[in-house]
Design a protein around this ligand. Structure first.
Ligand SMILES: [Zn+2]
Length: 129
């Protein structure tokens, strides 16, 4: 694994490769220097302000666009894994929520009564149990 030297040359190269437009000029920078620049999303009017190491890790996006990118990545992963955009769209999860809600609504302190409720629920809605 190559070790990154967080210096001015690396910053200039990084910005050139990733089309990042900086707002300030920097001298004597290190990995903890805060870097300011325009957000990479063209329609976005905000700037990013991150420490150099974080900029390299997450890219030149403002806070809002970083959150949107994060949500899109979650959607993509869930879509690839489960075939839906949100896990709450899965029938398995919906059933589990319904089952838990019903059990909480009818929960009693006596364990036997809970068993009776489970049996009652299973008779009418076998998919819940
Ligand atoms: Zn942005």
């Amino acid at each position: 694994m190559n070790r990154i030297t967080y210096n001015n040359d690396f910053l200039q190269n990084y910005c050139k490769e990733n089309n990042i437009l900086l707002i300030n000029a920097y001298n004597n920078i290190n990995r903890d220097t805060r870097i300011e620049g325009n957000c990479l999303i063209e329609e976005c009017k905000y700037n990013f302000n991150k420490v150099f190491r974080q900029l390299v890790k997450t890219g030149g996006y403002c806070n809002l666009c970083s959150k949107i990118n994060h949500q899109n990545k979650i959607k993509e992963v869930v879509l690839n894994k489960y075939g839906v955009e949100n896990v709450f769209q899965l029938n398995e999860v919906k059933d589990k929520i319904q089952k838990t809600t019903l059990l909480h609504l009818f929960s009693f302190k006596t364990p036997n009564l809970n068993e009776i409720i489970k049996l009652f629920l299973s008779d009418f809605t076998p998919f819940l149990i």
